[in-house]
Design a protein around this ligand. Structure first.
Ligand code: ZN
Length: 306
């Protein structure tokens, strides 16, 4: 078993259009899918990624219109790490984010900022030899584009509690129980735990809902179910998510993990050049399309007009 780093990361937004404007507009990602939360079809599920809709670059949002801002605390991912190619790319993003009137902290080879709803990011210079997963945006030079996820940082009271489970899933400790790396032949990602703030965790807009790690197929999910159970977690069975198959469980520090497969993909229901242009629904909701569309705010995809 070798999980290939991160498959996707899912967060919560209170405003789908503002979310699209920031991620597809400012950050230059490609919106690759407009669908609904399969567990609650009244809510959008929007996907952003690189040009060819790779796992490893897929950032997704559930929209709950007007959702109150959340606050990450113990048991939640608090920061998402994106790779960029160079120190020049950090300078580019620093200027671009400041032009968008966002505050940015540049320390060494790391740029830290929050999205408009407070979700924290770090851009780091990519020191791996893994293929970049970048989108094409007319106003982001290719050499500065985001290159996919580097990892996540979470809050945990006692990260050593997670060590057995992480080890069972193939994560390797990188100098103690606070810092981990997981990877296969193509791609890797880091997981780090930080001391939680005093305030209790408050899920809501601008917080991460779960992080999904990348498995090949159902066979590997089956192995993960066995390993997770063996380490005391309670994984779900395999769930069909249309674009991948998934299992979910909380790891001992409280972070909601998903493990999702790479064997289906985002082009299963629309061709690559049309990804993200219209609302896609899984079969079980297609008969309710009219009602679902009435409930959702129509979105403007910046690519549709360019
Ligand atoms: Zn997910």
């Amino acid at each position: 078993m070798a999980l290939e780093g991160i498959h996707h990361i899912t967060a919560v937004t209170g405003d789908a259009q503002a979310n699209v404007d920031f991620y597809a507009g400012v950050m230059g990602l490609r919106m690759i899918k407009q669908t609904v939360n399969f567990d609650d079809p009244s809510a959008y599920h929007l996907y952003f990624a690189d040009e060819i809709a790779s796992t490893g670059a897929a950032l997704t949002f559930f929209e709950y219109p007007g959702a109150a801002p959340g606050l990450p605390g113990a048991g939640m991912v608090h920061t998402i790490i994106w790779r960029v190619a160079s120190a020049d790319a950090l300078d580019f993003w620093k200027a671009r984010l400041r032009d968008a009137e966002m505050s940015v902290l540049h320390e060494g080879d790391t740029l830290t900022f929050c999205d408009p709803e407070g979700l924290a990011y770090q851009l780091v210079v990519d020191d791996t030899d893994e293929p970049p997963l970048s989108a094409t945006a007319s106003d982001v030079p290719a050499e500065f584009a985001l290159r996919g996820f580097g990892g996540v940082r979470a809050y945990a009271q006692q990260p050593e509690d997670s060590a057995e489970l992480l080890t069972a899933l193939g994560f390797e400790a990188d100098g103690g129980a606070r810092s981990w790396v997981v990877g296969g032949e193509q791609r890797s990602a880091t997981l780090a735990y930080d001391e939680p703030p005093l305030d209790a965790a408050r899920p809501g807009a601008g917080t991460v809902h779960h992080v999904a790690w990348s498995a090949a197929d159902d066979e590997e999910l089956g192995l993960c179910i066995g390993e997770a159970r063996g380490a005391g977690a309670q994984p779900t069975g395999i769930i069909d998510r249309q674009y991948f198959h998934s299992i979910y469980f909380r790891e001992p520090s409280g972070v909601l993990f998903e493990i999702a497969t790479r064997d289906v993909g985002f082009t299963v229901d629309e061709p690559l050049d049309q990804l993200g242009m219209s609302l896609r629904l899984p079969e079980q909701y297609e008969q309710h399309r009219e009602q679902i569309e009435l409930n959702l705010t129509a979105l403007v995809n910046p690519r549709a007009s360019s």
